[in-house]
Design a protein around this ligand. Structure first.
Ligand code: KIV
Length: 278
């Protein structure tokens, strides 16, 4: 694996050569450094920040300032992966001008290499204007969490003919508008496969089956950092919740029983000096 920065050209070439792309989320410096060192191609500073890190029930309360704060921490850590900054709710809906300004801030202040935004044909004017400003745009179709109140819940999308056709047409329109890649979230495998075949830009799936050109997961899900419910598609590669709870509990017990700190964690001195202090 080369240490060269991953670019949109790398994405295009990966699809042409049938090489699966890897993307994971990160919201802070240490996690971003680990994800980058693991050779993951792209790091998404997702607005899942809202749920995963800030404790909100949805992504809707996340602001541009929240995003920039975390994008900056991530880009300070990353050397190889492409850093994709998620555009939060309402940052690309008010006007085309404001959308370009906000996308520009992600690159100019946050030092990201690309932005991601949710939606299909309804966001084409913004997508075209952002791309025209020289900013790489990743699309996001299927389950688009910023529209959760319209969608009526976190459900698989594109299951009937009309919805499947809309998703395919949206994907083709986004490609025409200049996106370099599209996330497909919670889309049935056969539809995600068809969309992937029809597009020349890579699809990145999450809950969209194995035939997308790449995959993305929320790193906290992958690591099992939360004990409770996790979505069907979120495979847990570790159970850090249990490990962390065991470590925290052991610390509490050792402090309470005065077994921590031991001599190996403490500093000595010539104790005769202390006599002068009495
Ligand atoms: O915000 C996010 O983490 C995302 C991924 C789930 C694709 O949009």
């Amino acid at each position: 694996m080369s240490n060269q920065r991953v670019t949109t050209a790398y994405f295009r070439q990966a699809k042409q050569e049938g090489r699966p792309l890897t993307m994971l989320t990160a919201y802070d410096f240490p996690t971003a450094r680990l994800v980058d060192a693991a050779g993951i191609d792209a790091i998404l500073v997702g607005d899942s920040l809202g749920n995963v890190v800030l404790g909100y029930e949805s992504t809707i309360p996340v602001t541009m300032e929240d995003m920039l704060h975390h994008v900056k921490a991530v880009t300070r850590a990353v050397k190889r992966a492409m850093v994709v900054a998620d555009m939060p709710f309402l940052s690309y809906h008010i006007s085309v001008e404001e959308s370009v300004r906000n996308a520009g801030r992600m690159l100019q202040e946050g030092l990201a290499q690309a932005v991601k935004l949710e939606g299909g044909r309804e966001v084409l004017p913004q997508v075209k204007a952002i791309v025209s400003a020289g900013i790489p745009v990743m699309g996001h179709l299927g389950l688009t969490p910023q529209s959760i109140h319209q969608l009526g819940g976190y459900k698989v999308q594109g299951k009937d003919e009309a919805a499947a056709r809309k998703l395919l047409d949206d994907a083709l329109a986004l490609e025409q508008a200049g996106v370099f890649s599209i996330v497909l979230e919670c889309v049935p495998t056969p539809l995600a496969t068809l969309v992937t075949q029809k597009l020349s830009v890579p699809t990145i799936g999450i809950g969209a089956g194995p035939h997308c050109d790449g995959q993305v997961l929320v790193t906290h899900d992958l690591l099992g950092l939360y004990g409770g419910f996790s979505p069907k598609f979120a495979k847990r590669y570790a159970q850090l919740h249990e490990n962390i709870m065991a470590a925290l509990t052991a610390y509490r017990e050792e402090v309470q029983s005065r077994t921590f700190p031991g001599p190996e964690h403490s500093f000595g001195m010539d104790e005769t000096l202390l006599e002068k202090l009495y």
